[in-house]
Design a binder for this molecule. Structure first.
Ligand code: FES
Length: 116
């Protein structure tokens, strides 16, 4: 697979989380890019608790009190750095990591994951 350009790095603020979609049809890859202390990571937008997408309304991932990814369904909190659930019904489980890289001024997905 060729790397897929996801977005300009400038669209992803520090301590920010921005959704992306790759593919079309009923089952595209839905992910979220996060950035903290200059490091960019990506996760599948799929909660390990019950499989719901994390954001609701779409694009709303973070909490007002800190840079956590929050699942809107039952409130699980995930660390930006590694996707570990640190509070909520799936504590100790992880979001699925996606391989991404910053090249120049853009963020690229390097490889698509196996189907969930
Ligand atoms: S589906 Fe995410 S916490 Fe329940």
């Amino acid at each position: 697979m060729n790397a897929i350009r996801l977005m300009d790095l400038a669209e992803l603020p520090d301590d920010g989380a921005v959704p992306f979609t790759v593919g079309e049809g009923d089952w595209p890859l839905r992910g979220v890019l996060v950035r903290r202390a200059g490091e960019v990571r990506a996760y599948v937008n799929h909660c390990p608790h019950a499989g719901h997408r994390l954001d609701f309304p779409p694009g709303k991932f973070t909490t007002p009190d800190g840079p956590w990814l929050r699942c809107a369904s039952h409130g699980a909190l995930f660390r930006f750095e590694d996707g570990e659930c640190v509070a909520g019904p799936c504590a100790g489980h992880y979001l699925q990591t996606l391989p991404v890289a910053v090249r120049g001024t853009a963020v690229f997905l390097l490889e698509a994951p196996a189907p969930l």
